[in-house]
Design a protein around this ligand. Structure first.
Ligand code: HEC
Ligand code: HEC
Length: 392
């Protein structure tokens, strides 16, 4: 009822303010679509797999970890090196650069906790499990698991907080010998060193490692989205310029963007082949289906706090590589003006180029099996769509 009343009011208001401009007159169907893109539709974040998800002390600790450059091989790389607060927590580069140059573009993190899958190929099913990967990635933080855990449990700032949150954990001393670099993800020598450690010790290290991911995730999930002009359209119907309104109309209509970029995140959280994968080099979602199932830090693993039967996303994960070959996660478009360059490999510098790509990649002669609908837009329409994207 309330919703209907809002709609009627909005229709009336927009009708009035737009009398000089046909673009501002919305149909009820258009209004309902626009309404479906607003933050009001965003359910609260829950992550049963992270028992620290609502813990204020874990949040503060996670924030410290996120900005701490000491958590890296050269002492210069923090999560915030690539996820910069003034760029919606992205970095403005085509692909990430830290200890080495990576292959993927750094996504923004505002609102990220609302996603089902993490990374462009969705190879992680929780934020805490995601956070573990950059720490051990040789191109990013470049630490091994043992080095990281030893550092944290010996550090005057972190050690007491870990004790307080995790209770009865080993100390750096009782973890015996290694600050030797050892990890099941590392190079051959590191892998061998890991295998030579007693099982019990490996378990302890994994537990502290997983908890570190959970603290980081608690902080990352506090990075909320701020309302934009679309979200407040009901209160301020005239706030969209004619060009932005025309762009909004295209987005939900003729340009068919809403087919994939739907809901409050402007992403339907699926994986789609839009012709951006590179056969033999990056097949996107198809390449990670197996690792997702066997990941020891997934929702079903022993370090997850969620009851196994609640891990439905993993249970219903497709087994068909073919179905998701060349598919990447439909990214959120919130704050997209601040997150250039675009696409999983940062191939496009501007939003004009992205839209240009959409008009070309969908043509029958270039389509090559991708999921894109055929659309045609003239130069003005492209500018209008860009204007709308800049509102988000
Ligand atoms: C060297 C730059 C770099 C560093 C350092 C880094 N990240 Fe990232 N981050 C990336 C890139 C690139 C991706 C996407 C990688 C991919 O999809 O394969 C990413 C993806 C993510 C995602 C998933 C976003 C999404 O939409 O799926 C989260 C969350 C995240 N990083 C958090 C962190 C945290 C927490 C840390 C610190 C422990 C961290 N990152 C360190 C570059 C970095
Ligand atoms: C069939 C599903 C689909 C449709 C329809 C679609 N997109 Fe996308 N969009 C995607 C996928 C998948 C990606 C990520 C591709 C990649 O990274 O390789 C993407 C990426 C983007 C990006 C880059 C975001 C970033 O952070 O890098 C923008 C901008 C974008 N889309 C806008 C649009 C607009 C505007 C339309 C309508 C003209 C549209 N999309 C239609 C699936 C779709």
């Amino acid at each position: 009822m309330k919703y209907l009343a809002c709609l009627l009011l909005l229709t009336a208001l927009l009708g009035m303010s737009g009398s000089h401009n046909t673009n501002r007159q919305w149909t009820a169907a258009e209004l309902a679509k626009l309404q479906s893109l607003t933050l009001a539709n965003l359910p609260p974040v829950t992550d049963p797999s992270n028992r620290f998800a609502q813990h204020p002390q874990a949040l503060a600790l996670g924030r410290d970890l996120f900005f701490d450059r000491r958590l890296s091989r050269n002492g210069k790389i923090a999560c915030a090196t690539c996820h910069q607060p003034n760029k919606a927590f992205s970095d403005g580069k085509p692909v990430a650069v830290a200890l080495a140059t990576g292959t993927r573009n750094t996504p923004a993190l505002l609102g990220v906790a609302h996603q089902d899958w993490f990374f462009w190929d969705g190879r992680k099913d929780s934020l805490w499990s995601q956070a573990l990967e950059p720490l051990e990635n040789p191109a990013e933080h470049g630490l091994t698991r043992t080095e990281l855990v030893h550092f944290l449990l010996a550090d005057a700032h972190y050690q007491p907080q870990y004790q307080a949150l995790l209770g009865n954990i080993a100390t750096a001393d009782t973890l015996q010998q290694p600050p030797t670099a050892a990890s099941p993800q590392g190079d051959l020598a590191q892998l061998q060193a890991w295998k030579q450690m007693p099982q019990a010790q490996r378990e302890q290290i994994d537990a502290v490692f997983a908890a570190t991911g959970k603290f980081l995730a608690t902080y990352v999930s506090s990075l909320n989205l701020a309302p934009n002009k679309l979200d407040t359209l009901t209160q301020h119907p005239a706030a969209l310029t004619p060009s932005e309104s025309a762009g909004a109309k295209l987005f939900i209509g003729k340009a068919q963007c809403i087919l994939c970029h739907s809901g409050a995140l402007l992403s339907n959280q699926t994986f789609q082949n839009i012709g951006t994968g590179i056969p033999g080099k990056d097949s996107g979602r198809a390449a990670v289906l197996d690792t997702l199932r066997t990941d020891r830090f997934n929702c079903q693993g022993k370090h997850s706090d969620a009851p196994v039967e609640t891990c439905t996303e993993l249970q219903f994960l497709t087994r068909s590589r073919h179905a998701v070959s060349g598919a990447f996660k439909v990214p959120s478009l919130r704050n997209v003006a601040q997150t250039a360059p675009y696409f999983h490999d940062g191939r496009f510098a501007t939003l004009e180029q992205v839209i240009d790509y959409y008009t070309q990649a969908a043509q029958p002669n270039t389509k090559d099996g991708n999921d894109l609908p055929l659309i045609q837009l003239d130069a003005t329409e492209i500018q209008q769509l860009v204007a709308f994207l800049n509102v988000l």
